[in-house]
Design a protein around this ligand. Structure first.
Ligand SMILES: [Zn+2]
Length: 212
């Protein structure tokens, strides 16, 4: 799929529309279903340091989650939202409240050159310095274009994933299990417990359900 902001809206569905089609189709199974929705292009955009596209893809993901929650019965559907890893995008400080998230910080670097509110620790957005001073990226011809790369420190063909903990959000039955910090491999076990799959089919909450 194209990035949401670059897609032909007459021929390409949004992630929310794809999610809706999947839910409507799978809902025909009276035993319930497991649906996995990935917004894979958040990842692609970050790898290219395309910060505007990455943020917009994240909004498309948020829209897909909202659509899923509209369509699914809240008391009978566990919705878990998480990430499989972070990226090395940094949220730099000293931008004024209400400032453009895609714009420059109100602060300047030690040489008096502006820096973006959002930048990267590595990736193809690295620029060569001139006499030890960063260039002012705002002067670039394609500054502000969708495929303009925010500035990065370490030059790499593709920005790397990051290593910090990612958040987990959940609504619906057993949502309280998704609270705190986990090894990521624990999440499918928690979902199987909530959904009475596999080794958990004889848990008390599963027996009550099948008797009902
Ligand atoms: Zn990736």
């Amino acid at each position: 799929m194209q990035y949401h902001l670059q897609a032909d809206k007459t021929t390409e569905p949004t992630l929310a529309e794809l999610t809706e089609a999947a839910i409507k189709s799978l809902s025909r199974n009276e035993k319930g279903f497991f649906l996995f929705v990935e917004s894979g292009r958040i990842d692609h955009a970050h790898h290219d340091n395309f910060v505007h596209l990455a943020l917009d893809e994240t909004i498309a993901m948020s829209d897909a989650v909202a659509r899923a929650r509209e369509l699914l019965p809240g008391d009978d559907s566990l919705v878990v939202v998480t990430a499989d890893h972070s990226h090395v995008m940094a949220f730099n400080g000293f931008t004024r409240r209400g400032g453009d998230i895609l714009g420059v910080s109100d602060d300047l670097d030690s040489d008096g050159v502006p820096y973006m509110t959002l930048s990267y620790a590595n990736g193809p957005g690295a620029r060569a310095q001139v006499k030890g001073v960063r260039t002012n990226v705002q002067n670039e011809k394609n500054y502000g274009d969708l495929e303009w790369r925010s500035h990065a420190d370490v030059p790499l063909d593709s920005e790397t994933h990051g290593g910090e903990d990612v958040a987990v959000f959940a609504t619906g039955p057993h949502h309280q299990l998704f609270n705190g910090v986990f090894e990521q491999s624990q999440l499918p076990h928690l979902m199987a417990y909530a959904g009475c799959f596999g080794e958990f089919t004889n848990e008390p909450h599963c027996r009550e359900k099948s008797n009902a």
